[in-house]
Design a protein around this ligand. Structure first.
Ligand SMILES: [Zn+2]
Ligand SMILES: [Zn+2]
Length: 763
C-alpha cells in the first residue's frame, strides 16, 4: 500500500463541529495568554497553551495521489484514497462531549477510509511504482560495503528474493520496495560512493577522504602512508599484512619485478607494483599509487618505499636484480633510488618491440626478410655462451641487409647487459627472463580485483587493493600451501623423468655435489644445494634444473629454489598467507607418511625459460604515453600545439557562416567535454580519444556506424570495426566456419610473418 508518511503533518484537526467552537476559544485564549506572558517577560518564544485532545493523528494518501506531484507525471494518478487514523486522549474534559469516549471501556480510536483507488493495485505497474523501503536501502548499502557492483548487487538480491519467497515469486520480483529498479540502485550507489570515497572527477584530490580512513586501515594492520608535500604531486604507499610478511622472505632479496598501469580508476592514477617471486606465485612487497608518470613521480614513489620500509627486500635494503619493461621513466627512477641493483629487460617485450618495428610500414622492411631478421636478433638474445654470442653478433652484421635495422640493433647492443641472456648467468635471477609476474598481477588487478570496471577514484582503489586483492592473494597462496595446484607437481615429475635412475651422485662436501650428465658421458655438473645452483646451462642462473631435482629426490637436502616440496615449505606458505596467529600448526601441513619421507613432491611454481610467449598482457598504451613523454622535445611540442590551434581557427573560418544552430550545439558540447579532464592522465586520455575519433571520420566518411556498445558485445573473432555485421542466412557457396584469429603468441606471429596481434585493449 501507499507510503505512510506521504501526507504526514499536513492535517487539520477538524473532527466535529460541536467541538470546534470550544476548541477555537481555548486556542485563542491560550495564544493571548502566551503572547501576554512573552511580552511581559520580554521572551521571544511563544508557548502554545491549547488543550491537547489527541495522542495521535495522521492521514495517509495513496502514493499515486496528486499530492506533491507534477501534472502528467506517471505517479500522478489523482487517486483519492485517504486513510485517517486518530487516537483520542481520555480525560474528563474530552469525555464530556464525546459519546464514544463516554462508553466503558472508552472507544478512543477512529479509522476513516475515504474514496477508492482510481487504479489497479495488483499489476506489475502498480508494484513497479512503489518506493524503495528503508530496510531494502540498508541491504543494498551492505552489498556495496562488501564490494558488490550495482549489477552484481541487483543480481544477487533478486536471486535471494526468489529463494526466500517461492510461493509469491513474481509478486515479489515486481515489487520495487523490496526489489528496486536498477536506476534506484544506481542512485543509491552514487550516494554511497560519495559518502565513502569523497568526490571523483574534480581538481580536489580524494586524498582528504583517504586521510579520514587511515585509522580504520591501521586497526586492520594495513599501512597506508600518504605523501603530498606539494599539491600537484601526491603518492600513496600501501603495505598489507601479506606484503609485510613477504618482506622477510629470502626470495625478496634476489629478483624483484615491477610494472605500472594507469587505467584502474576514473582519474587514471598510476598504480606501480613491486613483486617478489615466492613458492606460491608472485607476491607484492607494496603497491604505490601516484598521480604523475614522469621520472620524478616514480622517484618519489620508490623513495617512499625505501624510506618507510628500508629493509623490505628480504631484510636487505636493495635487491640483486630488478626486472622491468623498457620504460625509461621507471628504469631511471629505479637507478636513482637503488643504484646498486642490476636491471634486466623482459625478453618477451624486447622481442615484441623488435617484431613490431620490423612489421611497421614506415620502416620499409621487405615482408620476406622480416622473419630472417628477427631470427638473427633472437640468436643474439638467446646465445648461451661467449662463442655463440660473438658468432651471432657477427652473423647479424653480415646477413642483415637493412641499414636502418642494423643501426637500431647496434645502438641497442650498447645496453646488452640488460637483455642478452649470456649476461644473466652471473646473477641469481632464478630463471626469470620475462616480466610475466608483473603482467599477470596487473591482469589480476584489472580482471579479478576490479572486474574490468574502473574504480571510482584513488581512494576506492586503496580499498580494492587492501581488501579484495589481499583476499585473492591469500586464497591463491593457500592453494599452494594445501597442495591444490597440480602444475608444479607435473613440472617436478617431468624434471625427474629426464634423469636416469642409475645416474651417479658424489658428495664432495656439505651442500656440494657432482652429478653425472644424462646425455654426455664423462661430463658432470656441480650442484650447490645451499644456494640452489647448478653448473649446467639451465641451473646457472639459479633456476631449479633436473640435476638439482635429482639430488633432491635422492638425498632430500634443502634447495632454496626448489618447489614447496616438504611440509616445512607448505607451512611457510601458510604462515605467509595467514600470519602466525591464524595459521594451523605445522603438523597440519604434513602428508600421511611425510615424516619418514621428507622429499615428497609438492607444490610450487616453476618458471620456464620458454614461457616468455605466454600470458604477457600488455600495457602497451600506457607505455606509449610514457615513451612519448620521454622524448622531451619541448620546442617541437609547442610548435605542434600552435599548429593545432591554427587549424581549429581555420576550421572555424570555413564553417562559421554556414554552420547555423547545429554548429553552435556541436561547439557547446565540445567545449563542455573538453572542460572536464583535469589531471594529466585524464587529459592524455581525452587527447588519445580525440585522435582516434579524427581517424575514424577521415576513413569512414558517410557511413552510419554501430553503437560502440554493440562492438563490445560481439563474440571473439568477429570484426571489431564500426560497421554492421551481416545478418541472416549465409550464402550456400561460402565456408561455414570463419577463420580463427592468430593466437597471441609472438613465435606464431613470426612463423606466420604477420604483425603481432593485440587481444587486450586498455579498458
Ligand atoms: Zn491509489
Ligand atoms: Zn643442472
Amino acid at each position: 500500500m501507499g507510503r505512510p508518511d506521504e501526507l504526514a503533518g499536513s492535517h487539520m484537526d477538524i473532527d466535529s463541529w460541536s467541538d470546534t467552537a470550544g476548541w477555537l476559544l481555548g486556542w485563542l485564549l491560550g495564544w493571548l495568554l502566551s503572547w501576554l506572558a512573552a511580552w511581559l517577560v520580554g521572551c521571544q518564544r511563544w508557548e502554545f497553551l491549547g488543550r491537547e485532545k489527541y495522542i495521535f493523528h495522521k492521514k495517509w494518501a495513496c502514493h499515486l495521489s496528486s499530492q506533491n506531484k507534477k501534472e502528467g507525471s506517471q505517479r500522478n494518478r489523482k487517486c483519492p484514497l485517504v486513510i485517517d487514523i486518530l487516537v483520542k486522549k481520555v480525560t474528563r474534559n474530552t469525555q464530556k462531549n464525546d459519546s464514544y469516549l463516554k462508553k466503558s471501556p472508552p472507544l478512543q480510536g477512529k479509522i476513516t477510509i475515504t474514496g477508492q483507488h482510481s487504479h489497479q493495485t495488483d499489476n506489475y505497474k502498480a508494484l513497479n511504482l512503489l518506493r524503495i523501503s528503508e530496510e531494502t536501502k540498508e541491504i543494498f548499502n551492505e552489498y556495496f560495503n562488501n564490494g558488490y557492483s550495482v549489477a552484481n548487487a541487483l543480481h544477487a538480491h533478486e536471486a535471494q528474493l526468489v529463494l526466500k519467497y517461492p510461493q509469491e515469486t513474481e509478486y515479489v520480483r515486481c515489487n520495487a520496495s523490496v526489489n528496486p529498479l536498477p536506476r534506484t540502485v544506481y542512485h543509491l550507489h552514487k550516494i554511497w560512493l560519495k559518502s565513502t570515497y569523497g568526490i571523483a572527477w574534480s581538481n580536489k584530490s580524494p586524498i582528504e577522504k583517504l586521510k579520514e580512513k587511515l585509522d580504520q586501515y591501521k586497526q586492520e594492520g594495513i599501512d597506508v602512508i600518504i605523501d603530498e608535500k606539494d599539491s600537484s604531486r601526491w603518492c600513496v604507499l600501501i603495505v598489507t599484512p601479506i606484503m609485510k610478511r613477504a618482506h622477510s622472505l629470502p626470495e625478496a632479496s634476489e629478483i624483484i619485478f615491477t610494472d605500472s598501469t594507469a587505467s584502474c580508476d576514473a582519474e587514471n592514477t598510476v598504480v606501480s607494483i613491486v613483486l617478489t617471486a615466492t613458492k606460491g606465485g608472485a607476491v607484492p612487497l607494496c603497491v604505490l599509487l601516484h598521480n604523475r608518470q614522469d621520472t620524478a613521480g616514480y622517484i618519489r614513489a620508490y623513495q617512499m618505499l625505501a624510506q618507510h620500509k628500508p629493509n623490505c627486500f628480504g631484510k636487505k635494503s636493495c635487491p640483486e636484480v630488478f626486472m622491468t619493461d623498457d620504460s625509461v621513466q621507471e628504469k631511471d627512477a629505479l637507478a636513482t633510488v637503488w643504484p646498486d641493483a642490476i636491471q634486466y629487460l623482459c625478453h618477451f617485450h624486447v622481442g615484441q618491440a623488435e617484431w613490431r618495428w620490423l612489421c611497421e610500414g614506415k620502416n620499409q622492411v621487405d615482408i620476406d626478410e622480416r622473419q630472417s631478421f628477427i631470427r638473427l636478433f633472437q640468436q643474439i638474445m638467446y646465445a648461451v655462451n661467449t662463442e655463440q654470442y660473438e658468432e651471432a653478433k657477427e652473423n647479424f652484421m653480415n646477413s642483415c641487409s637493412h641499414e636502418k635495422y642494423q643501426d637500431r640493433v647496434n645502438s641497442f647492443l650498447k645496453r646488452e647487459r640488460e637483455w642478452a641472456l649470456i649476461f644473466r648467468n652471473e646473477t641469481l635471477n632464478r630463471g626469470h627472463n620475462t616480466n610475466n609476474f608483473s603482467e599477470a598481477s596487473i591482469r589480476v588487478i584489472k580482471d579479478i580485483v576490479l572486474g574490468r570496471t574502473k574504480a571510482y577514484n584513488s581512494c576506492a582503489l586503496v580499498d580494492y587493493i587492501s581488501h579484495v586483492w589481499e583476499d585473492h592473494m591469500q586464497r591463491r597462496i593457500l592453494h599452494y600451501a594445501y597442495d591444490r595446484e597440480a602444475k608444479p607437481r607435473l613440472v617436478y615429475n617431468k624434471l625427474l623423468k629426464r634423469m636416469p635412475q642409475e645416474t651417479k651422485i658424489e658428495e664432495i662436501e656439505e651442500g656440494l655435489y657432482m652429478v653425472q650428465s644424462a646425455e654426455k658421458e664423462g661430463l658432470s655438473y656441480e650442484v650447490n644445494s645451499l644456494v640452489g645452483w647448478c653448473s649446467c646451462q639451465s641451473g646457472r642462473s639459479g633456476h631449479f634444473c633436473k640435476h638439482q631435482a635429482f639430488v633432491f629426490s635422492k638425498c632430500g637436502v634443502g634447495f632454496p629454489n626448489k618447489p614447496a616440496v616438504t611440509f616445512n615449505d607448505r607451512y611457510k606458505l601458510g604462515l605467509l598467507a595467514l600470519g602466525p596467529e591464524k595459521c594451523p600448526k605445522i603438523d597440519f601441513f604434513k602428508d600421511f607418511d611425510e615424516e619418514n619421507d621428507t622429499h615428497m613432491i609438492e607444490n610450487s611454481f616453476l618458471q620456464d625459460i620458454q614461457m616468455d610467449q605466454d600470458i604477457c598482457q600488455q600495457e602497451q598504451d600506457t607505455r606509449e604515453i610514457s615513451e612519448h613523454q620521454g622524448v622531451g622535445d619541448t620546442e617541437r611540442r609547442e610548435k605542434l600545439i600552435n599548429e593545432l590551434k591554427a587549424q581549429i581557427d581555420r576550421l572555424h573560418d570555413v564553417v562559421k557562416d554556414e554552420g547555423g544552430d547545429t554548429y553552435d550545439k556541436v561547439l557547446e558540447t565540445l567545449v563542455s567535454r573538453l572542460r572536464k579532464p583535469a589531471t594529466p592522465g585524464q587529459v592524455m586520455e581525452t587527447m588519445i580519444r580525440w585522435k582516434a575519433a579524427s581517424l575514424v571520420c577521415s576513413r569512414r566518411r558517410g557511413q552510419i556506424k554501430v553503437l560502440p556498445g554493440a562492438i563490445q558485445r560481439r563474440k571473439a573473432g568477429k570484426s571489431r570495426g564500426a560497421g554492421r555485421i551481416r545478418a541472416g542466412r549465409p550464402p550456400n557457396n561460402q565456408p561455414k566456419t570463419s577463420k580463427k584469429p592468430l593466437p597471441r603468441i609472438l613465435n606464431k606471429s613470426i612463423v606466420a610473418n604477420k604483425p603481432h596481434v593485440k587481444t587486450h585493449s586498455r579498458k
